[in-house]
Design a protein around this ligand. Structure first.
Ligand code: AMP
Ligand code: MG
Length: 412
């Protein structure tokens, strides 16, 4: 059995995953979905010159000398609410009352806000005055938003491979995209294995524990942008394992993910069953926790077997499975946010690439982030993972990290 570096193992896994097909969805269904095409603006934004204030549109040259003590009086020739389409053209000495978002009329080149006039009554229904006193001069273009100021037609506003955020949906709406091409969500079948595992609502029994990996991993799968098909728990025997794998086949999934049962224990049947109906690579990866990773195919469907210990399963997911799901889902630049942190205390390691549970917080005085480990790092201690907000990465080959040294951490 080979000993691989984390990068080697990840590369081997990723070489087996291609982006899934795409689909076109109504904009309302696109939150958190991955864009499948570059989106190009078909119109300018804003689409027309408009006012950024409630006030009076005018010619800046008319109010050059205006002050509160010596205001400039202008004739109000139009009232322009948002949504209207003014056809007038302002002449010298003229102004138009204008609302935020309303089109700037021809002839006007600036807007003076109501606060800088004698007409600051903004109550709904108040008609425009016939005359207005302007108390301040104004620069050309002030308080206006010229057409195309934000985006010019033809610009790529969102790139293929981006996870659509709420504000992206708003921008797509501004540009009139009612339908959006996105990648289909990858489908992942998930099961746990082990005779010791109980359902979450079962009372504890001697020698048994509750299946927690199903819950952690299902949520991680969804967080990575895939749909999860939960298959429950396979008992530690050939038939039970085969049964669940066959179920996964019928669900038309892109990946089968399991936890436990892939070690070299006498009751670890997953490996056997996969081997007899497909192929299986089993590696020891030079990492901790989560050294054993099984990778293969069951009847042509990719299979990843994570370790059973709850923290190992989590770390294995973050290191290998998240990237595989994201690659299938068309996502570019995915992964957890990475920060550089200083270690609060000395950390001893064993030379393997390590993903340690840590609490990262800001050191306001030094303007940097520091990390502290959250309790004992046994791979069954899920509580220390719950208390962590980061996985602190100790590179391969390092046996001691002195206090104060910088490391990378993934925020989780
Ligand atoms: P195994 O890989 O089957 O040898 O399991 C390694 C360890 O992980 C054992 O202590 C198991 O009891 C534990 N384990 C396996 N599966 C789960 C699970 N689904 N939830 C919680 N712990 C598990
Ligand atoms: Mg087991």
């Amino acid at each position: 059995m080979s000993l691989l570096s984390v990068d080697q193992a990840r590369e081997r896994i990723l070489s087996h995953f291609q982006p899934v097909t795409t689909e076109t969805l109504p904009l309302t269904g696109c939150s958190n979905r991955v864009l499948a095409r570059d989106m190009i603006a078909a119109n300018d934004l804003p689409p027309f010159d408009n006012s950024s204030m409630d006030g009076f549109a005018l010619r800046a040259a008319d109010v050059i000398d205006a002050t509160a003590a010596s205001p400039r009086s202008l004739r109000v020739v139009a009232d322009i609410p948002a949504g209207s389409h003014p056809t007038i053209s302002l002449a010298a000495g003229e102004a138009a009352r204008i609302m935020t978002g309303a089109p700037i009329p021809a002839g006007a080149d600036a807007v003076v806000p109501v606060e800088d006039t004698d007409f600051d009554n903004r109550d709904a229904g108040t008609p425009a005055p016939d005359e207005v006193q302007i108390f301040k001069s104004v620069n050309l273009g002030r308080n206006t938003r010229p057409r195309g100021m934000d985006i010019r037609a033809g610009k790529v506003v969102l790139h293929k491979g981006r996870v659509l955020k709420p504000q992206d949906l708003g921008l797509l709406a501004m540009l009139g995209f009612a339908q959006v091409p996105v990648y289909r969500m990858p489908r992942v079948a998930l099961f746990s294995s082990g005779d010791e595992l109980l359902e979450v609502d079962a009372p504890l029994e001697e020698g048994k524990i509750r299946d927690s990996n199903s819950y952690t991993l299902a949520a991680l799968i969804e967080d990575a942008g895939a749909e999860v098909m939960r298959l429950g728990v396979a008992k530690d025997n050939r038939d039970a394992v085969e049964d669940l794998l066959e179920k996964a086949m019928q669900l038309n999934v892109d990946l089968i993910l399991s936890s436990a049962g892939v070690s070299v224990g006498a009751f670890d049947f997953v490996k056997q069953v996969i081997e007899s109906n497909g192929k299986m690579d089993f590696w020891r990866v030079n990492m901790r926790p989560g050294k054993p990773v099984a990778f293969g195919e069951y009847r042509n469907i990719p299979f990843i077997g994570l370790p059973g210990n709850p923290v190992s399963a989590f770390v294995g997911f973050e290191v290998f499975v998240r990237a595989a799901i994201q690659q299938m889902g068309g996502l570019l630049n995915g992964g957890r946010p990475t920060v550089r942190v200083r270690c609060e205390e000395q950390i001893d390691s064993d030379g393997r690439e390590s993903y340690l549970r840590a609490q990262v917080h800001e050191d306001a005085e030094r303007g940097s982030f520091v990390a502290r480990l959250t309790g004992h790092q046994g791979s069954g201690n899920l509580h220390s993972l719950v208390q962590a907000n980061a996985l602190l990465i100790i590179p391969a080959g390092v046996k001691c990290v002195p206090a104060g040294q910088e490391l990378r951490a993934w925020l989780i």
